[in-house]
Each structure stands twice: as C-alpha cells, then as structure tokens.
Design a protein around this ligand. Structure first.
Ligand code: ADP
Ligand code: MG
Length: 236
C-alpha cells in the first residue's frame, strides 16, 4: 500500500490552546496561557522550563489529574472533556503510569502491597495481583524486597518500587515529574536508564518533567515552557 494511504495512528496526546488559571481576583494567576502540542505514541518528550513556568500544571492536565480552564485535551485522538469522573479514573489507571519525585508510597504497607495498588483499584483478583506485582518487582531487581516496609528502603530502591507500581498495569504512557530530583546522580542515572529502556523495548511513551539538561537531552524531543507559553522547540 502506498505510504500516503497508510493511516497513521493518532498521537498519544494532542492539546489545543490549553489555559489554566489558579485563584481569582487579586490572587488570580495564569499558569498556562494557550498551549497547543502533540506527543506521538512511543515518543520520549521532556517538558522543561524554569521553576514556576507551568510544567507540572501541564503534566497534571495531560495526565487527567486536573482540568484546564479552557482548551482541549485529546488522548489517542479522543477528546476527554466529556468523560465522567469514573471514566477518567478508569482511563488513568489503565493507560498511565506515574513516577513522581515525592514517591507517594504508603509508608506502612509492604513493597508488594504498594506495587499492586493499581491492580486492586482495577479489580484484579488477589492471586493475579500477586503474580503481576512480583513480575514487576523482578523486572526492577526488587523481588527480594517484596515483604519490606516501603519506608525501609533507600531513595533509589523507593524509586524502583514506584516504577514497578507504574508498570504493573502495563501502561502505554509513563509520566515522570522530576523523577531523579531526590536521588544522587548515580542512582538517578540507573532510574533514567530503566525509563528509557522501557521506552525502547516496550514502546512506552515517556513524558518527563525535568530541569536537568542531561535528562532532557536523552529525550527524543524537548518542549520548553516559559511563563505558561511554549517556547519554540530546540532540536539539540
Ligand atoms: N494550586 C495552585 N494554586 C495557585 N497557584 C498555583 C497552584 N499550582 C501551581 N500554581 C502556580 O502556577 C505556576 C506554575 O506552577 P507549576 O506548574 O507547578 O510550575 P513548575 O512545575 O514549572 O515549577 C506557579 O507560579 C505556581 O505558584
Ligand atoms: Mg513542577
């Protein structure tokens, strides 16, 4: 079939003129001021920019954790504006994995319990949860820590547990907000390698918020935000 007739898959994300305003009156703040972008399936994209520029706001809107004040988000070609809360939760749980700087692990639960939480939410049976949880921990070299309390781990080990939890639902998109921000550089490099390996071997789309130039440079593309607006893309 001629290439021109081959339908290309819809992008993982498309946004049209997103705005986000926090507060009102004298505390009103326009965090996003009209952001239109596309992120293709299987791409690795860095969202960069100074502190306070709107990076996390943009990521939270893409990840359906927050709603824009105006504008549209399309996920795999479909608008998300009309979805009910229940539908949004379902999409988020089934499609996205999250790797945030502040880990968000349940401190008194075991490593395995933390990892299988998304499967519990999705209604997967206990036996299957355990199987898939252990598989994810094995992939991250953390199977021997399954019974540890999540607090009894080093920073790098915690971040591996977070990645195992992000993977357990076999997401097609991973969001990482400053994923190496709390790690020393050697441990951070290991975590980065894991993320890019998942991108290369499983085709998982990576959306990484970072102000670290080295991490941004490893991504296929950089989207730079300045005061709530996209800055023209720099290709190197
Ligand atoms: N919930 C909120 N209420 C009020 N202002 C907020 C809120 N969240 C973020 N902001 C403001 O919006 C701007 C962008 O924030 P954020 O997206 O977190 O930036 P970044 O991740 O690039 O550091 C900042 O000035 C921040 O203070
Ligand atoms: Mg931020």
């Amino acid at each position: 079939m001629p290439a021109l007739l081959t339908p290309s898959p819809p992008p993982a994300f498309e946004t049209r003129d997103l705005t986000k305003t926090y507060g009102r009156g004298s505390t009103r703040f326009d965090a996003l001021r009209g952001v239109s972008l596309r992120i293709e399936e299987g791409e690795s994209v860095a969202i960069t920019g100074k502190s306070g520029s709107g990076k996390s706001t943009l990521m939270h809107i893409l990840a359906l954790l927050d709603e824009p004040s105006s504008g549209d988000v399309l996920l795999h070609g479909d608008g998300v504006a009309g979805l009910s809360n229940a539908a949004v939760n379902k999409v988020r749980n089934a499609t996205f994995g999250f790797v945030f700087q502040q880990f968000f692990l349940i401190p008194n639960a075991s490593v395995l319990e933390n990892v299988i939480l998304p499967l519990k939410i999705a209604g997967v049976s206990p036996r299957e949860r355990r199987r898939r949880g252990m598989e994810a921990l094995e992939a991250l070299g953390m199977a021997d820590k399954a019974k540890n309390r999540a607090t009894d781990l080093s920073g790098g080990q915690k971040q591996r547990v977070v990645i195992a939890r992000a993977l357990v639902n076999e997401p097609s998109i991973i969001f990482a907000d400053e994923p190496t921000g709390n790690l020393d550089s050697a441990t951070g490099a290991v975590v980065e390698d894991i993320l890019f390996d998942l991108n290369a071997t499983r085709g998982i789309t990576l959306v990484i918020v970072t102000h670290e130039p080295e991490l941004a440079a490893r991504c296929d593309r950089r989207i730079q935000i300045h005061d709530g607006l996209l800055v023209e893309e720099v290709s190197a």
